[in-house]
Design a protein around this ligand. Structure first.
Ligand SMILES: [Cu+2]
Length: 245
């Protein structure tokens, strides 16, 4: 009887421990699939995004995640985009399907995901933290995690191709290219133009000066739009001295 009481207490303590664990990262909305198919007549891959689901929003839920999902802590993130195979096909020969991030809005981080039943390893991929730009995809549904630390519009462009085990493209096959995008509802901070995101320092000043002299939209912070003048400098200085929210 005493043993029984002890084990009940132990189970109770274990369940309390369970409650104290971190939150579970959320997909952020309905799945939005990137359908990848292979046209074997044309020997080319093709990819298209399910446009019936609206543009996903990168969000912060004020939650705390345990490792390995702690890479999302303090970020605005989303995992609605999922790579999916359309139709029935297999890669030619013994090749693999590779997905390479060829460009992305600065500040977008990508972490390895899963099917949502299994949330993945959260390892940095697609150039995040110095990782390789490409990864080999098994062809099963894959929802990676996309995270940012500031507001605004974000996009990433990928090429999907057949390659060998090292990612060297297979000759004679066409590749697919697809762009996906998000909006971030993080507070905007117009002066935060360079890493580290969420912090205003010399790198932001340097990035502003570079963008200003190159007439890039990042430095066009004040009306009249398309004109780079004193008002843009003033807007930058105001935002910089106000600090990031
Ligand atoms: Cu999915």
């Amino acid at each position: 009887m005493k043993m029984f009481a002890v084990s009940v207490a132990a189970v109770f303590l274990v369940s309390l421990g369970g409650l104290a664990c971190g939150d579970t990262p959320r997909m952020g909305g309905p799945m939005k699939h990137i359908m990848v198919m292979y046209d074997d007549m044309m020997q080319t891959l093709m990819a298209h995004v399910d446009e019936s689901v609206p543009t996903p929003e990168l969000k912060n839920y004020g939650e705390t995640y345990d490792p390995p999902a702690d890479v999302l802590n303090g970020t605005w993130y989303n995992a609605q985009y999922g790579w999916m195979v359309e139709g029935f096909w297999t890669p030619p020969g013994s090749s693999h399907i590779w997905i390479e991030q060829i460009s992305a809005t600065p500040g977008l981080s990508v972490y390895s995901g899963g099917t949502m039943m299994n949330q993945g390893t959260f390892a940095p991929i697609c150039g995040t933290n110095g990782s390789a730009p490409a990864f080999s995809w098994s062809g099963t549904m894959l929802h990676n995690w996309y995270a940012v630390r500031r507001g605004g519009q974000f996009e990433a462009t990928y090429r999907v191709y057949f390659g060998d085990v090292n990612g060297v493209p297979l000759e004679g096959y066409g590749e697919a290219e697809v762009t996906i995008n998000w909006t971030s509802n993080a507070p905007s901070c117009p002066a935060d133009l360079a890493e580290p995101w969420g912090v205003l320092n010399f790198f932001d000043v340097q990035a502003f000066l570079n963008a200003f002299s190159a007439h890039l939209p990042a430095a066009d912070l004040a009306d009249p739009q398309g004109v780079f003048d004193f008002f843009d400098v003033q807007a930058f200085l105001n935002s910089f001295s106000a600090g990031c929210p």
